[in-house]
Design a binder for this molecule. Structure first.
Ligand code: NAP
Length: 432
């Protein structure tokens, strides 16, 4: 079996396959980067080490005797989907959602309007973002969107250098964040607080930041009928409102920075001559303009289509039936499966991918079991060779990078510092 992608979804698929009783399989996990773990390594915020500790169980999966890791192999560039389908009995594509959604308003391409996706990649030491520059200028940043990523961005903009040095964030990122002149970070939702997408744990964390006060405006918490209905129906939203009311009644401590949660502000246009100067929003009271030196759009991710794989451009996902990829004719493509964000869109927490993997692998196993002995023999006779991944970085290559990160950390009196450049990653992996 081949699995494309080594993030949470790919890892859980590998686990379910490798541990399935009575199934004698080799699982090859193909990953574009020379390192495993996808969004756990490059999406979960560096100051959320507890969530990141899930890599210990993912490591066990990749070290399972039936599982092999092939890093630095890009589907479409190094191997085609057709070739994978010919060489393997089944292919599960779990390549996630890597493209950021745009706001679609005028002024979005002005200087200092950034994608949260790029910012997250940059502070996470993703090799594709190594050369990005974020000009963190002015007093105020607006983070547009009300999901957990928006909160990650706001929090990271307020972390002190000491706090950041307890993480694996590369030194150039710590220096750039320390030099930021931004003092007010506004997280701007287009709807009311009852409809925000962020989760309570992540929201409540904002009340305990060393470097920032949390500011909530009481008038934003007056609920219309629609929001009231949500609060009545969903106790989690009720708890959120209780927290927000308490935050609104709390005096700021006078921290160096502040995070402001704003609501009912729908972005209309971004204004400025060269760089962003302000953003115009529509609100219940009419148009409202807020000055800003920097804007981050944080309105969700999209998946990128893969050559030869059906793709629903409206939903930004691959059409499927219980994980079986279906073509335009509505018929499943033999041997091709999908899992994770590419299958269901960019939502849920890491654990959501476990149930999702069980569904996809369940379909795969059902299809294998349904093959007659003749069909299985014919498949074996016509199968192409497994692709030659000669340029791949194997598990030992990743282990060399892992060890280098710990050594780099020790040199800076830190636990670990990410190796964040492509060339260096490949060099370390190959020189092991
Ligand atoms: P998200 O949760 O889908 O939030 C996207 C936000 O963007 C929503 O508030 C949405 O508002 C807003 N939005 C969309 N289009 C907009 C527009 N044109 N103008 C203004 N606002 C707009 O996405 P995300 O924050 O990227 O997170 C992705 C997934 O990763 C989520 O499942 C999230 O929970 C997860 N994640 C989890 C953690 C964690 O557990 N710590 C951390 C990071 C990410 P509407 O609701 O009004 O559309």
């Amino acid at each position: 079996m081949a699995i494309v992608g080594s993030g949470p979804s790919g890892a859980y698929c590998a686990q379910v396959l490798a541990e399935h009783e009575g199934l004698d399989v080799d699982v090859h996990v193909i990953e574009r980067l020379p390192v495993p773990y996808g969004l756990v390594r490059y999406g979960v915020a560096p100051d959320h080490q507890r969530i990141k500790s899930i890599v210990a169980s993912f490591q066990e999966i990749f070290e399972h005797p039936r599982v092999r890791f092939f890093g630095n192999v890009q589907v479409d560039r190094d191997v085609g989907l057709e070739q994978l389908l010919a060489g393997y009995d089944a292919v599960i594509v779990a390549s996630g959602a890597t493209v950021d959604r745009r706001l679609g308003v005028p002024g979005e391409d002005l200087r200092r309007v950034y994608s949260a996706t790029h910012f997250v990649s940059w502070y996470s030491g993703h090799p594709d973002a190594a050369d990005r520059i974020f000009e963190l200028q002015g007093d105020r940043a607006l983070v547009i969107g009300a999901g957990n990523v928006a909160l990650d961005v706001a929090r990271m903009l307020c972390r002190t250098p000491d706090e950041l040095r307890r993480t694996d964030v590369p030194e150039h990122v710590i220096e750039a964040l320390a030099a930021s002149s931004l003092r007010e970070i506004h997280v701007v939702a287009r709807r009311g607080p009852a409809f925000a997408k962020y989760t309570n744990k992540e929201l409540m964390e904002l009340a305990h930041l060393e470097g920032a006060d949390l500011v909530v405006r009481p008038e934003d918490l007056e609920l219309d009928e629609l929001q009231q209905e949500v609060v009545t129906r969903d106790p989690l939203v009720g708890r959120r409102m209780t927290f927000l009311r308490k935050a609104a009644a709390t005096e700021p401590r006078g921290a160096a920075r502040s995070i402001h949660l704003r609501y009912h502000l729908a972005p209309q246009r971004i204004l400025g001559s060269d760089a962003v100067e302000s953003v115009q929003f529509s609100s219940a009271a009419g148009e409202q303009s807020i000055d800003a030196g920097v804007v981050f759009r944080s309105v969700g991710y999209l998946s990128a289509p893969i050559a030869g794989m059906p793709f629903d451009h409206v939903r930004g996902t691959v059409p499927h039936q219980l994980g079986r990829v279906v073509g335009a004719d509505g018929v499943p493509v033999p041997g091709l499966y999908v899992a994770g964000w590419l299958k269901r869109g960019p939502n849920g927490v890491i654990g959501t991918n476990r149930m999702d993997a069980m569904e996809t692998v369940g379909s795969l196993i059902e299809d294998l079991a349904a093959r007659t002995p003749d069909e299985a023999r014919e498949r074996d006779a016509t199968a192409g060779p497994v692709a030659d991944f000669s340029g791949a970085i194997g598990w030992e290559g990743w282990q060399a990078i892992d060890a280098q990160e710990v050594r780099d950390g020790a040199a800076q009196r830190r636990d670990r510092v990410k190796v964040h450049q492509w060339e260096r990653m490949l060099e370390v992996a190959r020189d092991r």
